[in-house]
Design a binder for this molecule. Sequence first.
Ligand code: UD1
Ligand code: CA
Length: 459
Amino acid sequence: MLCAGKGTRMKSEKAKVLHPILGRPLCAYPLKRALELGATHVVPVVGHQASEVEKSIRAHFPDAPLRFALQKEQRGTADAVKAAEDALKGHDGRVLILYGDVPLLRKETLQALLSAHDAAGGVLALVSTTLEDPTGYGRVIREGGKVARIVEHKDCTPEQRAVKECNAGIYSVDAAFLWKALAEIKPVNAQGEYYLTDLVEMAARQGPVGAVDADATETAGVNDKVELAARARVLQQRINEAHMRAGVSIQDPATAYIEEGITIGTDTEVGPSVSLMAGTVIGKNVTIGQGSVLTASHVADGTHIKPYSVLEEARVGERCIIGPFSRLRPATELAEEVHLGNFVETKKARIGKGSKANHLTYLGDANIGAGCNIGAGTITCNYDGVNKHLTELGDGVFIGSDSQLVAPVKVGDGGYVGAGTTVTKNVPPGSLAVSRAPQVVKEGWVAAKKARQTKVKAG
Ligand code: UD1
Ligand code: CA
């Protein structure tokens, strides 16, 4: 997978293949396709910003059989592939050559390429695309209907320029032929580069060259940020359509942003401008309201996430009601039928079945039992400036509004905390804790005060 290019037209400090498209770097897509096809090894050929590119790829594919190859100087596509030779020593099967900046290529097309290679029975097969405007592309030159060679745009005769069948730059090549042929390629062409496309003529001399015609949207690369956005749009549409065909309702597919590889159950409804990102799993019959953003979160069947809620590494049980405007931070674990309302923030919080915190609350480092009612404005004071501490509530606990639970602290089963209480000591099961100053009532006080004020003015 060729990833050495700088991508000058991206006008960016970042290597082209690292630009994200639906949450992942560009090159993650072809790499994923290769893994899906069962590639024994994937060799990203890196050059520009080699270490950043390698780091990012490893982070996205921690378990993949990766071997990185360095192309020190960009001397052409043949030179780039040659850089992978050492990494593939001992591999005597086929080598699939992909570009790291072609994100929309489908697995089916690569499968068709391998089948075309089999069917032709030669040493090489390629993917071609028919383009109305083939300017800039290598042309697939056929003789008697058979692929004979590729000629780069800059090296074409006027007749060859009229050819609309273009080389997509994606090949399946027998390893033994590949390394031998690459050694023979010389940079004798208009650009003075080592052209990988020279392989095609060499292969055609040994046997028939297989070819698969792919749609231009699939083989399109990314050269600038306009193209990046255009490819993202196609990918988004593809992903959303697959979910809709599988029974997910998406109200506005143009604004629903669902990354690749996310599981969503049937009859789930996804509202406008919802983002479902890496590692998210959504059950059946879930409603995800407008503008919600879910990252690496699991949501079980029948849960309703109301608009503008943000979930990150959260686990939400069945039939919960979340939001609007809830924020569930990492290690939030909700059992079934939990209700969290507007401006409720949770972090490292386990909340038991049927418990409710409906308004303006922070629950951090908390274990909360089942059937609790947590009043508006309740805050777990989990941080003392140095360490984090745990708040534990048993089952059926009632916390009155505007209370603070100063951790570490426990409230036992059925405990009751009066509104406005600052809980600093454990509350045994079934007990009431209240820490308010007793209320004072002074009848007639307002009028008396006014009278005093008037006197002062007159005097
Ligand atoms: C190449 C093909 C052309 C095809 C086109 C499809 C050749 C000679 N030509 O042309 O037939 O129609 O792709 O897009 O192969 N790269 C490296 N190292 C290098 C050179 C390139 O890693 O030394 C990478 C680039 O980053 C890029 C890819 O290979 O991702 C293609 O290189 P590029 O120079 O853009 O080839 P094209 O001129 O587009
Ligand atoms: Ca190119």
